[in-house]
Design a protein around this ligand. Sequence first.
Ligand SMILES: NC(=O)C1=CN([C@@H]2O[C@H](COP(=O)(O)OP(=O)(O)OC[C@H]3O[C@@H](n4cnc5c(N)ncnc54)[C@H](O)[C@@H]3O)[C@@H](O)[C@H]2O)C=CC1
Ligand SMILES: [Mg+2]
Length: 339
Amino acid sequence: MIYQSVYRRAPFLWCRLHSTYVRKMRYLFELKEDDGICRQAQNSGTFYLFHNLSPFLKKVGSRYLAPQISVAEMKSMLGKFKQNEQMIEDSVLIGCSDEFMAYFALDLGSLEKSVIESELKGSFTELRKAFFQLDGKDAPLLSSAQALLRWHDTHQYCSKTGQPTQKNLAGSKRICHTNGIIYYPQMSPVVITLVSDGSRCLLARQVSFPKGMYSALAGFCDVGETLEETVRREVAEEVGLEVESLWYSASQHWPFPNSSLMIACHAMVQPQQTKISVNKLELEAAGWFSLEEIMEALGREPKPLKQEDGSFSLWLPPKWAIAHQLIQEWVKLQASTPA
Ligand SMILES: NC(=O)C1=CN([C@@H]2O[C@H](COP(=O)(O)OP(=O)(O)OC[C@H]3O[C@@H](n4cnc5c(N)ncnc54)[C@H](O)[C@@H]3O)[C@@H](O)[C@H]2O)C=CC1
Ligand SMILES: [Mg+2]
């Protein structure tokens, strides 16, 4: 590869030619492709720890922080557990800093959880519990780290030969050395759609949602479908409406239930065809909400709020969730659209 040789022979020239972002992406590519370079990076990198897929976190007030553990701390801890330092090679690459310090994630599920917790003064916390209280970059980083660790944990054997597969050092693939099949981490595409009739938006809730929380309609893509077809099918399936037009907004990796790529869209239905018929196999309830109702809910804390009559006030997914971003965009659109 040309850039690698240029990088190694003339790093100063290479730095002048490319932005930090480009250099980071090229460096990460190199780590995924070359086990030797990745091993060096592991020996100077930092680690996010997990225990049976729960990230190691420290709680500061109501917020959670994900500490980065240095390689020296890792080695000293493994020493205390009488574990071989080679365990570090089980980690997976999840990113790097602007200074080219590589970040790895390692699941220590085979070690005693409480001992690590008291050694490092924090706790392994279920991601679902901590996700919305995580700081800045930590939520997306831990979300992709957990997804990658889960994928490795559940793909240790070749589905063709039944033989064990080996991960490359970065963890960007697994290989069956018996027949050469390469397996790459999987994620499921999911569309999430905020339907509008021009003045109201449609929100729905599943039985499993916390009381009072409503979100946009979501659904997994079927094999062979385009995103547009999934949007139209899901809206028809879940609320019995026909989408007239739709447009893409943004996307997000989502760690629940496994590893999903959430693809967020806005959709319009005709103002005269808005009668909802809820598919009770999928949803508990769905309804149209006015701008005022949405604005009021956006002003509320994202948590259940019981009213005097025993019902729960409408509240919306927190700001990390792409559903929240879709709702905010819809609000802006209402403000800029003449009545
Ligand atoms: N980030 C966000 O703002 C939001 C994310 N979501 C996520 O979207 C996801 C999909 O939404 P749902 O309404 O539950 O989907 P859905 O409407 O497609 O129904 C779920 C059902 O689809 C089937 N299914 C098909 N392919 C599947 C796959 N690859 N993995 C798992 N199940 C599959 C299963 O039978 C499952 O019970 C949920 O996991 C949820 O966590 C949902 C709302 C907001
Ligand atoms: Mg759904």
